[in-house]
Design a protein around this ligand. Structure first.
Ligand SMILES: Nc1ncnc2c1ncn2[C@@H]1O[C@H](COP(=O)(O)OS(=O)(=O)O)[C@@H](OP(=O)(O)O)[C@H]1O
Length: 575
């Protein structure tokens, strides 16, 4: 038998509301609506499927105050994290929403109505109290406090919801399971004792050992239930992590473990979050829950200290052990003993025995630099997936952005660089010449400041997308304005690639001489207005990685200088 849900009954609102779903769907189309934030979407998914039982909606003012101050719902049920719907007052006023209204809640991704909220009240939260009492700090270095202070909308809307649709996912659909589905799976597998494992990180050998140990100690099966909603900013994306989890599952003895994904929006709330996690796992039917060192820890505060003690989360969960009704399996950190090739909890390592460890920071360093990751630490299958997601520089994209006057030689440099990079191989090379872009992307644009900014921004967008995809992108517009060039640099950096600004600083008289089409002569004669270098400004960059002048340096030498820059930074080299 799976564990009893928190509060006694699984509040699967989809099942409850199925008989009237068609009517609710029709009604939702007629109602004023709020488009959910990413976090609200995660919260609503777990309210609707019963993961947050006994909640049947977003907290009202009385419930919010009771949870914040006393970690309980007004009826005394333990509930540690406030779940609320924050909306801008102005939007509520515009929609005419008040207590008693019915409000449709829509999915921000596809605009589908997911639920109808029967509004019980609108209220102003006490943010200072929430920060201090729920997260134990007002320090905005805490992600949940930061979110509370900077991202929540001003008014909270409380009330119960009715289920219209479950949010639709397109990734890993088969292993995203609701509590009812996980319970059905346990029934099918004949699992009666299940230890659940929560994680927001890739899993390595230590995690496999820890979960198998927990299973052994409690004679249980294992539910690996990683969070794929919102985790700590900067975490490894869930696509990579799920591939890792899928790779580690065959490392368990046949039939011991199952993988199921949880669309939770974590708060990184340490002790209170650990209790919340235990409640959620109970709703999914688990009988045991692993709480390790620094469970749901938010990292360092703004003075560089930990927000919570390493075992504070375990302490709080154990304090509520009786009413939680899910057995907490506390774990110390596991460490590797190279002499016996095994893992052991740090507090059980005999004096004098050698231990090895690779911290998260060290792992990230090794992934970044390509340094070896030993098999005692992780499985080759897992390392391969992580390496694919963190390709070394020589597999990442970059953009070389040549800027300069018309006929400065930037096109010739761009074409020669394209040839050199094609010869190098390993990446597709894209050439975005000013002329081509003007024909293909910007044919309706002229040469006012605004139009040039739009043109350069389009080049920036394409360059960033190509860079993200791992290509070598060479762009060569005039791009006369500093601010527009800086925006391109930012766009490409955001796409995770290198950016090299090359100022082709050939003097104007040489450009005029080089200009066989005679465009400058027409500009000088006043036939073309606002021509760069004649009667429109060229703002020479102060941030160029390279300055080149074709009257002083040959095209081959300039290309070589660019290649040297790329090689210095690891984009070209030893493959
Ligand atoms: N007013 C004015 N100013 C500058 N250039 C002009 C102008 N009118 C037309 N042209 C021709 O357009 C080419 C420059 O386009 P770009 O897209 O590179 O310019 S910008 O970056 O948007 O400023 C440029 O050609 P290339 O340098 O060969 O690309 C010019 O010949």
């Amino acid at each position: 038998m799976a564990n009893t849900p928190h509060g006694g009954v699984l509040k699967d609102l989809h099942i409850r509301d199925e008989p009237i779903r068609a009517a609710l769907q029709a009604e939702a189309e007629t109602l004023p609506h709020v488009t959910l934030t990413e976090r609200q979407l995660c919260d609503l998914e777990l309210i609707l499927n019963g993961g947050f039982s006994p909640l049947e909606g977003f907290l009202t003012q009385a419930e919010y105050a009771s949870v914040v101050a006393g970690q309980r719902l007004p009826d005394g049920t333990l509930w540690t994290i406030p779940i609320y719907l924050d909306v801008d007052r102005a939007e509520l006023d515009r929609l005419g929403v008040a207590a008693g209204s019915r409000l449709a809640l829509r999915d921000p991704r596809d605009d589908r109505p997911l639920a109808i909220l029967a509004v019980a009240d609108l209220y102003q939260p006490d943010r200072a109290a929430e920060a201090e009492q729920v997260y134990g700090t007002s320090d905005p270095a805490h992600p949940a406090v930061h979110y509370l202070l900077h991202s929540t909308r001003d008014t909270f809307v409380g009330g119960r919801v009715q289920a219209v649709n479950a949010p639709q996912h397109h990734d890993y659909v088969a292993i995203r399971r609701s509590p009812s589905e996980v319970r059905a799976l346990f029934r099918k597998l004949n699992w009666t004792r299940v230890v659940a494992f929560q994680t927001r990180n890739p899993m390595h050998r230590a995690h496999r050992e820890l979960t198998v140990r927990a299973a052994r100690m409690r004679h249980a099966n294992v539910l690996i239930q990683p969070v794929v909603g919102l985790t700590k900013p900067g975490d490894i994306d869930h696509f990579t992590r799920v591939r890792v989890y899928q790779a580690i599952m065959p490392k368990y003895p046949n039939g011991m473990a199952q993988l199921s994904l949880l669309p939770l929006a974590m708060r990184m709330g340490g002790p209170r979050e650990a209790v919340w996690h235990a409640i959620i796992r109970k709703n999914f039917g688990a009988t045991h829950f692993i709480v390790g060192r620094d469970h749901a820890g938010p990292g360092k505060d703004s003075r560089g200290s930990d927000f919570y003690g390493p075992y504070e989360a375990q302490d709080l969960v154990l304090r509520y052990r009786d009413e939680l009704d899910i057995e907490v399996v506390p774990f110390q950190m596991l460490t590797y003993l190279p002499d016996t090739d095994e893992y052991a909890p740090v507090n059980e390592v005999p004096e004098g025995v050698r231990t090895l460890n690779i911290s998260g920071t060290e792992l990230r360093r090794r992934l970044k630099t390509g340094a070896p990751i030993p098999e005692w630490f992780s499985y080759p299958e897992v390392v391969r997936i992580l390496r694919e997601a963190n390709p070394p520089r020589d597999r990442q994209g970059f953009t070389v952005f040549l800027t300069g006057l018309h006929a400065s030689g930037k096109e010739a440099i761009a074409r020669a660089l394209q040839v050199a990079l094609n010869q190098e191989g390993g990446r597709s090379v894209s050439l975005l010449l000013g002329e081509t872009i003007r024909q293909e992307l910007s044919s309706e644009l002229g040469f006012t400041r605004r139009e040039r900014d739009i043109n350069v921004a389009r080049i920036g967008f394409v360059a960033a997308e190509l860079t993200r995809a791992g290509a070598a992108c060479i762009a060569a517009p005039i791009a006369p304005y500093d601010a527009a060039r800086r925006l391109v640099r930012q766009q490409v950096a955001k796409a995770g690639g290198g950016f090299y600004l090359v100022h082709v600083a050939t003097p104007l008289d040489a450009c005029i001489k080089n200009d066989r089409a005679g465009v400058y002569q027409r500009a000088i004669a006043g036939e073309i207005k606002g021509f760069t270098g004649i009667d429109d400004v060229y703002e020479a960059p102060a941030d160029a990685e390279l300055v080149a002048d074709v009257t002083k340096t040959s095209i081959s030498q300039i290309v070589h200088e660019i290649i040297l820059l790329l090689e210095r930074d690891g984009y070209i080299g030893d493959r």
